[in-house]
Design a protein around this ligand. Structure first.
Ligand code: PMP
Length: 407
C-alpha cells in the first residue's frame, strides 16, 4: 500500500477567530479515518457509500434531459423555499402509502442532513436537551450540537430504544425533542418492531415531547417487508417531523430529501430553510420529480436491495467465525450497516491503524455515542464491495482482532 506523500502544512499569515461551537473541529476524527481508508490497497467498510455501479444512470440521465429540454427556463431559475410542486406531490404520494400526506405538508431539503440542520435551527435553543438512541447517527448529533443542544443518549437493545429508559430520560432531562432512526438504523442496522414503536409513541404522547424521525434507509428492505414510520401511528403525525432522503435510494449526489410535518411548524421550517439556502436546487428537484413520475423507483430499490442482501449475507457469514467469544453482531434486515461489539477489554479505535496496515478499514463505534461510548464497537458498511472482496477483507480483520487480545 502506497500512501501519497504527505503535503507540507501551509503557513497561514492570519488565523481566523472561529465560533466556539466549531473550535477544535478543524479536523474531525472521521475525516482522518476516511483519508486512511482511501489509501491504495485498503478495502474500506468505513463510509455509508452506495455502490455507484448500481445507480440508475440511464433513467436519471433521461430525467435531466427531459427537464432541461422541456422546463429549462424554470429549472435554471430561483424557486420557492418550500420546494417545487411536482416533487412535493411525488413525496406526498410515496408517504401516503403509510401516512396520509398532502403536498402542502412537504418541505424539500438538500438531503436529510440539511433537514436535520433546518430542524435544529427552527426548534432548538442553546442548552436544550435532545434525546437520541445510544448509539446514533453522528452527523445528526453534530447538527444539534452546533446549535447549542446538549445530547443525551438513551439505552437501546436489539429492538432499538428501550421505552422504559426513554420514559426515565424524558422525566429527568425535559428534552426539547427526541431523535430516532427506527428502521435499519445508522450505525447499528437495527429495526424497531411494531410493538416497540407503539410503546415509544405512547410515551411520547403522554409526555408531549416531539419526535424527529429520520428514515433514509426504510425502503432498502431485504425481505420486502417494510415498516410504517412512527409518524403513521395514531396521534403521532402532528407530533413528528419525518425526514426522507433520495440519497440511498436514487443518488446521494443529487442532494434531495424532504421532511413531512403538520401545522404551523411547517411555516417555521420554510423560513429556516430560506435563511439557510433559499431553496434546494430547482433543476435537481424537478429531475427527481420527473424520475419519480416516470421511472420505477420501487423496482430499482428492489434490485439494489437484492444486491445489498447478498453482501450482508457475505459479511455476516465471514465475520461470525472471526469475532471473539462474547462478541455481539447485528443482523440487519435492510439498509447498509452491520455493527459489531467485540466486548469488554477490546478497543476498536486502537486496532484501526493495524487494520489499515493489513488493508481493511471500518469506523470505530465510539464516535456514534453521545456519552458513555462502548469503545469495543465498530460499524461496517456492507454495501460497497462484492461478496468476494468482503470475504477477503473480513479475513484480514479477523487476523487483526486475533492479534489484539482482550486487555
Ligand atoms: N440521516 C441518517 C441516519 C443518515 O445515515 C444519513 C446519511 N449517512 C443522513 C441522515 C443524511 O443523508 P443525506 O443528507 O445524504 O440525505
Amino acid at each position: 500500500m502506497t500512501p501519497s506523500a504527505p503535503q507540507a502544512p501551509l503557513q497561514h499569515p492570519f488565523r481566523f477567530p472561529v465560533a466556539a461551537r466549531y473550535a477544535g473541529m478543524e479536523s474531525s476524527p472521521l475525516k482522518d479515518i476516511f483519508a486512511l481508508a482511501a489509501l491504495d490497497g485498503v478495502i474500506s467498510f468505513a463510509g455509508g457509500i452506495p455502490d455507484p455501479e448500481l445507480f440508475a444512470l440511464e433513467d436519471v440521465t433521461a430525467a435531466y434531459d427531459w427537464v432541461l429540454t422541456h422546463q429549462g427556463h424554470r429549472a435554471l431559475q430561483y424557486g420557492v423555499s418550500e420546494g417545487e410542486a411536482e416533487l412535493r406531490e411525488q413525496a406526498a404520494r410515496r408517504l401516503s402509502r403509510d401516512l396520509p400526506t398532502d403536498a402542502s405538508q412537504i418541505r424539500v431539503t438538500s438531503g436529510s442532513q440539511e433537514g436535520l440542520f433546518v430542524v435544529a435551527q427552527a426548534l432548538l435553543e442553546p442548552g436544550d436537551v435532545v434525546l437520541v438512541e445510544s448509539p446514533t447517527y453522528l452527523a445528526a448529533v453534530q447538527a444539534f450540537s452546533v446549535h447549542g443542544a446538549r445530547i443525551i443518549g438513551v439505552d437501546t437493545d436489539d429492538d432499538g430504544v428501550i421505552p422504559e429508559a426513554l420514559e426515565e430520560a424524558l422525566r429527568t432531562h425535559h428534552p426539547r425533542m427526541v431523535y430516532l432512526i427506527p428502521t435499519f438504523q445508522n450505525p447499528t442496522g437495527r429495526t424497531m418492531p411494531v410493538a416497540r414503536r407503539q410503546a415509544v409513541a405512547e410515551v411520547l404522547q403522554r409526555t408531549d415531547v416531539p419526535l424527529i424521525e429520520d428514515d433514509p434507509y426504510g425502503a432498502l428492505s431485504f425481505s420486502g417487508h417494510t415498516w410504517a414510520p412512527i409518524a403513521a401511528l395514531p396521534g403521532m403525525g402532528a407530533r413528528t417531523i419525518l425526514l426522507n432522503s433520495m440519497s440511498k435510494l436514487m443518488s446521494p449526489g443529487v442532494r434531495i430529501g424532504w421532511m413531512r410535518a403538520e401545522g404551523p411548524v411547517l411555516d417555521t421550517l420554510a423560513v429556516a430553510k430560506a435563511a439557510i439556502s433559499m431553496q434546494s436546487s430547482v433543476v435537481d428537484q424537478l429531475t427527481v420529480a420527473r424520475y419519480l413520475a416516470t421511472a420505477d423507483l420501487d423496482a430499482h430499490v428492489a434490485r439494489v436491495s437484492a444486491v445489498y442482501r447478498e453482501r450482508r449475507d457475505a459479511m455476516a457469514a465471514a465475520i461470525a467465525p472471526v469475532l471473539p467469544d462474547g462478541a455481539h453482531v447485528t443482523h440487519p434486515e435492510g439498509g447498509m450497516f452491520l455493527w459489531a461489539a467485540l466486548g469488554e477489554g477490546f478497543d476498536a479505535q486502537a486496532m484501526l491503524a493495524d487494520a489499515v496496515a493489513a488493508g481493511v478499514a471500518y469506523l470505530p463505534g465510539w464516535s456514534f455515542f453521545a456519552d458513555h461510548a462502548d469503545r469495543s464497537t465498530m460499524r461496517l458498511s456492507f454495501v460497497t464491495h462484492s461478496p468476494a472482496v468482503i470475504g477477503t477483507a473480513i479475513g484480514r480483520l479477523g487476523e487483526v482482532i486475533a492479534a489484539h487480545p482482550r486487555r
